[in-house]
Structures are given as structure tokens and as C-alpha cells.
Design a protein around this ligand. Structure first.
Ligand SMILES: N[C@@H](CCC(=O)N[C@@H](CS)C(=O)NCC(=O)O)C(=O)O
Length: 218
């Protein structure tokens, strides 16, 4: 079968989850970057939602990062899920929850004034506290082994650290388990290599150019 092709946008946290999974699986793949502000016709023809990531394998198209990752996990053993069905279901549930945090961040960055920004930050912090309460001894979500659930959260924490440093938001100060988890994940080779070398600058430029109130303090 031909190498899978991941259709990507270089700053997308959902794409990054699939890149981490491909790298963890040591799987060869091609990556094609598109401009989401100017989506090419060929992409609109294959992507039902118009969103990245899309994984193209031969004539088949898989979309939704969680589904892509499940496919990669099933086809390239060993699995990055716990074996126990209940633990696996709990992991999948928290993978779903991570999308909420990405949406929280999206709204936090686009809040139009200080009051709205504080409200969005506090909503995001209460979701983060729910994650904190799930974490055990670490270093990863399930303990010693890096799994799909870690791949789902690493992109969010990477972005949170960049923004929080820039605007001195100190979001993880009161969440020691999340901080330790993020610290362990960001040292993983698959996480480091899952973004382009200029990710930090490009991401902060993007936030500064596209955001609401928060960009004024950057
Ligand atoms: N639930 C989707 C979310 C993907 C998503 O929101 N991708 C964004 C970029 S980060 C996108 O393609 N946005 C384009 C659009 O909405 O038009 C997944 O997990 O794959």
C-alpha cells in the first residue's frame, strides 16, 4: 500500500496529534500543508468537513484526528491504548475532552475585551482542573507509557505554554500534575518533531495577528 499522506495546516493542534501518532508508530508518511484561509479546490473535493487533518491512503480518505489516530493505532501495533477495555474507554473519553480544551483556547484567544478574556480563561481553567483531578503519579496520563491520550493533549499544552509565557498568564502554576505531564510530554522526540522548526514564532505571530484582546498584551 502507498505511503499515507497527511493533509495539514502547520499550526493546527488536531493535525499535530496525528503527526505525533505517526512518529510514535515510526510510520513513513508524506505531509502536505495547505492554507486554511485559501483552501485548494482538490482539498474541498476530498474533505467533507473542510477541516484538517485528512489522511489519504490510496483512494481512501479518513478525517477527524481521533479517528485517524485510532486507524493508525489499529494498523501499526503495538497499540498506544491500554489493553483493559474499561481503561481504554476512559482514555477515549478524555481524548474527546481534550477537544474541549482546544476550543476553550480558541475562544480565550478571540475574546474581545478584558472581561470576556477573563471569563474564557476561567472556563478553560475549570476544565483544566478536571483534567488535573484525573492524573495520577505520571509522568504520563496512564503512568510510565506514552499513549494516544497523551498525543491528544500535548499540542494543547505546547500552545498554552507559549501564550501563557507571552502574556504572563501562569495557567499551570496551580495545576502541578498538568505541569509535570506537560513537562514530560514536551521532552518526547515525537512531540518535538511534530511541529515545524519555526513553530513558536509562527504560532505567536498567528495569535498576534488573528486574536482579540489578548494580542494587545503580546
Ligand atoms: N474535530 C476535528 C477538528 C479539526 C479542526 O478544527 N481543524 C481546523 C484547523 S486546527 C480546521 O481545519 N479548520 C478549518 C475550518 O474550520 O474551516 C479533528 O479532530 O480533526
Amino acid at each position: 500500500m502507498s505511503k499515507p499522506e497527511l493533509i495539514s495546516f502547520e499550526l493546527c493542534p488536531f493535525v499535530q496529534r496525528s503527526v505525533i501518532t505517526l512518529l510514535e508508530k515510526d510510520q513513513e508518511f508524506d505531509i502536505t500543508y495547505i492554507d486554511l484561509a485559501n483552501k485548494p479546490e482538490w482539498f474541498l473535493n476530498i474533505s467533507p468537513s473542510g477541516k484538517v487533518p485528512v489522511l489519504r491512503i490510496g483512494d481512501s480518505v479518513v478525517f477527524e484526528s481521533a479517528v485517524i489516530n485510532e486507524y493508525l493505532d489499529e494498523t501499526t501495533p503495538p497499540s498506544l491504548h491500554p489493553n483493559d477495555p474499561l481503561k481504554k474507554a476512559v482514555n477515549r473519553a478524555w481524548i474527546e475532552f481534550s477537544s474541549q480544551l482546544n476550543m476553550d483556547m480558541f475562544h480565550w484567544l478571540r475574546a474581545e475585551d478584558k472581561a470576556q478574556m477573563e471569563e474564557k480563561q476561567s472556563g478553560m481553567m475549570s476544565h483544566l482542573k478536571q483534567v488535573e483531578d484525573q492524573l495520577g503519579e505520571g509522568p504520563f496520563f496512564n503512568g510510565e507509557t506514552f499513549r494516544l491520550v497523551d498525543a491528544a493533549y500535548a499540542p494543547y499544552f505546547m500552545r498554552l505554554e507559549l501564550i501563557a509565557d507571552k502574556v504572563e498568564a501562569h495557567c499551570l502554576e496551580s495545576l502541578p500534575k498538568c505541569l509535570a505531564w506537560h513537562t514530560a510530554m514536551k521532552e518526547k522526540e515525537s512531540v518535538i518533531k511534530s511541529v515545524i522548526p519555526t513553530f513558536k514564532e509562527n504560532f505567536l505571530d498567528y495569535v498576534a495577528a488573528n486574536s482579540g484582546y489578548i494580542s494587545k498584551s503580546m
